[in-house]
Design a protein. Sequence first.
Length: 149
Amino acid sequence: MAKFVYKMQNILNIKMKLENQAKIAYGQANAKLLEEQGKLQKILVRKAGYEKQAKKLVSGTICVADIKENKRAIDTMKSIMRQQMLEVQLAERNLEAARARLNEVMTERKTHEKLKEHAFDEFKQELEYEESKVVDELVSYTYHTREDN
């Protein structure tokens, strides 16, 4: 029996490897985004702690130096928070780019798999045709040998 050999199997294999690489890149981008969001969350908690401390400093015995130091700490945390928000936005853009690349590579792989399926269907049809031809020849041969007898 004939064996099916897909002519572009090496291209399909490359597409599968590219898809796996794109999946890994997407996973890494997603992990980076989660890491940056975690950092932002910690900064927000720290800033809230400074703000809570500021309320305590104002309500009790007032020490101007401590209040000024606390204000500077809050301003610094705001600056760090803005910078971290930019990092989160960058990570989100990278994640979206990785998602788009993954979708593109998956589409290419699926296209090549469809081409392989079509080639296999054609192979099966050719095989059926050849088998039918052999059966027809056999029937024709036996029919003619019976008539000759």
